[in-house]
Design a protein around this ligand. Sequence first.
Ligand code: UD1
Length: 421
Amino acid sequence: MEYIEISGGRELSGEVVLSGSKNSALPILACSLLTDKNIALSNIPDLLDIKSMIELIESLGVKAKKKNHNYILTTKKITSHEANYNLVRKMRASFLTLGPLLAREGFAKISLPGGCAIGSRPVDLHLYAMKKLGANIDFYDGYVIAKSNAKRLIGDKIDFPKISVGATENAVMAAVLAKGETLINNAALEPEIVDLCSCLTSMGARIEGAGTKQIKIDGVDSFLETSHQVISDRIEACTYIIAAAITKSRLCIKKINFEHIGKFLEVMHEMGLKFKFIDQSILIEKSKILSPISLKTKEYPGFPTDLQAQLMTLACVSNGKSYIEESIFENRFMHVPELNRLGAKIKINGKNAIINGNCRFIGAEVMATDLRASVSLILAALIAKGKTKINRIYHLDRGYENIDYKLSTCGAAIKRGKNES
Ligand code: UD1
């Protein structure tokens, strides 16, 4: 298994160019199941999760041609209706094939994703939406069997009792081919939803209100050929901003969408980080010791749960006590014991973490437990005294394109190796 080793204490400099958004690309790849027309996608990041999604949609009938970060996807015919356990188990976003398969074929058999490191992560909201659009849902042998009662799904009102990014995406992808009008209330507002809707609109879907709490969709009968460029990754952007802040470096981060990271920049400003905007880049100035912070993760436009681990690492070296409440996932503190092994002083009490500042990280061997936890260990290792070896980095390769290369070109002493056995 591969590991990453970092010798801490190097200042970073230069620039980082962001990759395409993983969380945008995944549902957009699943969209290709909706149509027999060509879909040309660009800015798709080279990541393990993307490879898993391509493998899954290919197993369902998609023909994918890849050139660098560009794909042409064509699905003349759906050849299988089953997303099997081995693929869904690897990546929860595989469940996003449910909506498009059901909409196009009236039938889908999708493995239940099960739990994952950050919590139980149910799919009840996805299934509620499919039922509202006229599907019958059964469970058999760990699979969801979804069948449309009529030839086509039928538009209806979907009132989500709780906000879910994935359920909103599945609902949108199912409703674009449904007969009549669908109204989604309490929809997620994430930029990735807007990106998905903009790709679908370019295919000929009729969608209003993407990025607001109410999305209105008028079903169409078929789609057009299209091309779409995926937005850049806002979580990757903020992770590199934290890398600059924690190493007290001057770093330029390119291809950024500022409007997607407003809350995060507000928090950085509050902690005392200085930065300026230049065209589509952000220049982070060398920071002094930062102030502690008190916040709660929230759905967009709130502070993203996907940045909680990274922010906590930065809070460890701030000048005082910070408080972070995780309100989206019940078990997203897997990074805490590992950060504490590196010298952090973080206490967990239910959904709350209390972080004592002024920590001096000391290198050690640690284990990556999930995607964002892994990157928080990289951030700590960048300033730790001595060497840090991070094992199980496949989690990192699921969501950060070439992170070792990007950091090493900025001056980090980082290398990738393989453990024997
Ligand atoms: C997406 C992101 C993930 C991010 C998360 C929250 C992708 C591929 N992943 O995940 O990186 O951390 O949004 O911003 O885009 N829930 C239910 N029932 C459901 C569905 C969700 O109770 O049917 C709960 C979840 O357990 C969680 C909350 O709703 O507590 C939010 O989850 P959701 O927004 O659905 O996250 P994902 O779409 O899985």
